[in-house]
Design a protein around this ligand. Structure first.
Ligand code: SAH
Ligand code: F3S
Length: 478
């Protein structure tokens, strides 16, 4: 196995393990959530076994795969634009095959073959193990489609090829699918029902990452708090499990403790938490283990009870605020971040003000904020008119983003004068003389390199800040 450093589309370095016997070249691009990036590593692993090495030069590829996102219309339009680019490449490379993976594949199915002539293959998120067959089909000149969603597939038995890697931080997926049915969201349709991965295979992957020099893992799921292993099967079928299965079941707090104990030197993060499913156990487990990072991504989407109900979020504004209070009681310096949607159908100015006032209450450390985008097939699309004018959505979104920036600055200022443990991930974007890493709260910290190395934990004295970055100086190993 030779190690090759590549440049990905989004500018990040790819560290790929390529096999010398392999002669075909795979170019893979990923869009959307962390889960898609993690899935691409599984796909690369499956295709390595089929004679493919990855490349970052699409001009020399035999197969181009694009792992897609359907969460907002814009995400899909971006992918369609990329397909035009691949079409141009194909003009000089007639044998080139192009496949669409991920959520757009699942949502549009064979319709994609008709709408986008360049596409030869459409593969949904649960069908990647069928890729060897599908690739053979297209090599023989036929189009291939597999969009079957699974009740069991977790890819627990596949060792991902680490793409986009800094060699220090990695994603480990723990659940697939989502059972929540938020009315705006396409994910339950594109990723199917929720199922959890065997804790033994999760621990195996984490131990292997430690051996390879990784020092931080992020456990991934659409709704990690809902993790439940009882020997396999869908979350929704747990009630029918045997007494033995129920007695030995592992929930998310249990999984966190197992991972934290298996590798006490490894930092552990997780994403995403859902307010309706996050239990006090999880918060207490976080407080108990030093290596579980003090950061919770806790999307709320809106501060208005009326809108939360219309979104089918299973909690009120007040319940959410109580959960925030509990987090702050148990872990006083815990960072919290949000996802917000501006301009959900029927949202009034008063609803929007409720969102801003909830933000004032929490003062989030970070946020990911979006204008509502109607997604075909969702309950909101079927039942509610997308009635907030585009200009109003944009203005509300701008107000939310501006408030978040103020709160970000308030939060970063709280770190000034402290000495914080930072895991070095790589060069600072702005200067080769500085390292970039994160503290436990997930805030980016930049400092002069001195004699420290990537993958080391150092104590950094925080001296300055912007609304998103801390600037400091290392004072020794952590
Ligand atoms: N539980 C998931 C959520 C996936 S979607 C997770 O792991 O992150 C990520 C975010 O996209 C959501 O929290 C929501 O804020 C936003 N989003 C989802 N559907 C949307 C839509 N139709 N329009 C605008 N934003 C949307
Ligand atoms: Fe989507 Fe809600 Fe699940 S946002 S991913 S349906 S928790």
């Amino acid at each position: 196995m030779e190690k090759v450093i590549d440049e990905s589309v989004q500018g990040k370095a790819l560290l790929l393990e390529n096999s010398e016997q392999n002669s075909r070249k795979l170019y893979i691009e990923s869009y959307g959530c962390q889960m898609n990036f993690s899935d691409s590593e599984i796909v690369a692993s499956i295709l390595t076994g089929e004679g493919f090495n990855t490349t970052t030069r699409m001009e020399e590829a035999d197969l181009i795969l694009v792992n897609t996102c359907s969460i907002r219309e814009k995400a899909e339009l971006t992918v369609r634009k990329r397909l035009e680019k691949f079409n141009a490449v194909k003009k000089n490379r007639p044998g080139l095959k192009v496949g669409v993976l991920g959520c757009m594949a699942e949502r549009l199915k064979s319709q994609l073959l008709e709408e986008e002539k360049i596409v030869d293959m459409v593969v949904g998120p649960d069908a990647y193990k069928d890729l060897p067959n599908l690739v053979r089909e297209v090599a023989e000149g036929r189009n291939a489609v597999n969009v079957i969603l699974s009740k069991e597939e977790t890819y627990g038995d596949i060792a991902p090829v680490r793409l986009d890697s800094n060699g220090v931080t990695a994603f480990v997926s723990i659940t697939r699918g989502c059972d929540n049915m938020c009315t705006f969201c396409v994910v339950p349709f594109t990723r199917g029902r929720e199922r959890s991965r065997d804790p033994q295979s999760i621990l195996g992957e984490v131990n292997d990452l430690w051996e390879k020099g990784y020092r931080e893992v992020t456990l991934l799921g659409q709704n990690v708090d809902s993790y439940l292993w009882y020997g396999g099967g869908l979350k929704k079928d747990f009630e029918q499990a045997s007494g033995m299965q129920k007695a030995t079941a592992v929930n998310f707090a249990g999984l966190l403790a197992k991972v934290a104990e298996a590798q006490p030197g490894m930092r552990i993060r997780f994403s995403t938490s859902n307010p309706q499913d996050m239990t006090i156990d999880v918060i207490e487990t976080m407080a108990h283990y030093h290596n579980i990072c003090k950061y919770i991504h806790l999307p709320v989407q809106s501060g208005s009870n009326r809108i939360l109900a219309a979104m089918n979020r299973q909690h009120t504004r007040e319940e959410y605020m109580r959960l925030i209070d509990r987090i702050r009681e148990i872990i006083p310096d815990c960072a919290i971040s949000q996802d917000m949607i501006a301009g959900f159908p029927t949202e009034t100015e008063a609803d929007h003000q409720e969102t801003l006032s909830l933000m004032e209450y929490v003062k989030y450390d970070f946020g990911f904020m979006f204008a509502y985008s109607e997604r075909p097939g969702t309950l909101a699309a079927r039942k509610l008119e997308d009635d907030v004018p585009e200009a109003t959505k944009k203005r509300r979104l701008r107000e939310i983003i501006e408030l978040q920036q103020q709160h970000g600055l308030t939060r970063t200022r709280e770190h000034l004068g402290k000495v914080e443990e930072v895991l070095i991930e790589g060069n600072s974007k702005k200067s080769d003389a500085h390292w970039m890493g994160r503290n436990s709260q997930n805030t980016v910290v930049v400092f002069p390199k001195a004699h420290y190395k990537v993958g080391e934990f150092v104590n950094v004295a925080i001296k300055e800040c912007t609304s998103a970055t801390l600037i400091g100086e290392a004072v020794g190993y952590a």
